[in-house]
Design a protein around this ligand. Structure first.
Ligand code: MLT
Length: 237
């Protein structure tokens, strides 16, 4: 039996998903959830759990006093959160050795949507190459699920999807994978300028969060990938 490689991209987590069996799924929310979760783990957190629901996130924090609760609604941390959804909210001095529960508007919902997949990792520009390599090593079929913003396609997610796709062979890319790659090819020499075309980037910049956008445009600064474990928590591997 021949083993056929393929890679596909879903531009919004609400869209129809293919069958997820034998598929390595990378979830992307470049601004900012997956960039931030990758950073939390790089700064030494033990593991991160993305949670869609705020009440569930609070319950999880209460069940273990050593757990940090972070995330956002309307791009800002809610009252009672320990930190927001900015990578700069998680210095090593805060996160080393900690468990972190994160709840955000779109990114953590996207992760929950692919709960049935056998292999799930968190991707962004910061770890694009490592994601592609881990994904290809895990299964022949790769799927990239973009979080989008409020139900709409998000340019910054397509850009990061294109960066991951750039490491996959040309002849295994779906139409949407080719499209994501074309966007990345257009901006790969100036990712910050490209990301600034995105409406969510402009919103964050208006809110004084330009440093977060600039940080999210950093390509391949991490060589590890947040990978889901059997207990649903993500660990950098
Ligand atoms: C989200 O999950 O919707 C985003 O990460 C929002 C944000 O930029 O905080």
């Amino acid at each position: 039996m021949s083993i056929i490689r393929s890679v596909d991209v879903i531009f919004r987590w609400q869209d129809k998903l293919p069958h997820l069996n034998d598929t390595a799924v990378v979830v992307i929310d470049t601004l900012r959830a997956t960039t931030t979760m990758a950073t939390i783990l790089e700064r030494g957190a033990r593991s991160v759990l993305p949670v869609g629901d705020v009440d569930k996130a609070f319950r999880l924090r209460m069940s273990n006093a050593h757990t940090l609760l972070g995330g956002e609604r309307n791009n800002r941390p809610l009252p009672g959160f320990d930190a927001g959804n900015s990578p700069f909210d998680y210095p090593e001095s805060l996160v080393r050795g900690r468990l972190v529960v994160l709840t955000t508007t779109n990114g953590t919902q996207a992760v929950e949507r692919v709960a049935g997949a056998p292999w799930v990792a968190l991707g962004a520009l910061v770890n694009a190459q490592a994601c592609a390599q881990a994904q290809m090593a895990a299964f022949n079929q790769g799927l990239i699920v973009c979080a989008g913003t409020e139900g709409m396609l998000a340019l910054e997610d397509v850009l990061a999807a294109g960066a991951i796709i750039s490491y996959w062979p040309h002849d295994v890319r779906s139409d949407s994978a080719h499209l994501a790659y074309a966007l990345y090819e257009q901006w790969h020499e100036n990712l910050f300028e490209g990301i600034c075309r995105a409406s969510h980037a402009r919103t964050l910049i208006r809110q004084g969060l330009e440093a977060d956008v600039e940080f999210a445009a950093s390509l391949n600064i991490y060589s590890r990938v947040p990978k889901r474990q059997a207990d649903q928590w993500f660990v950098a591997e």
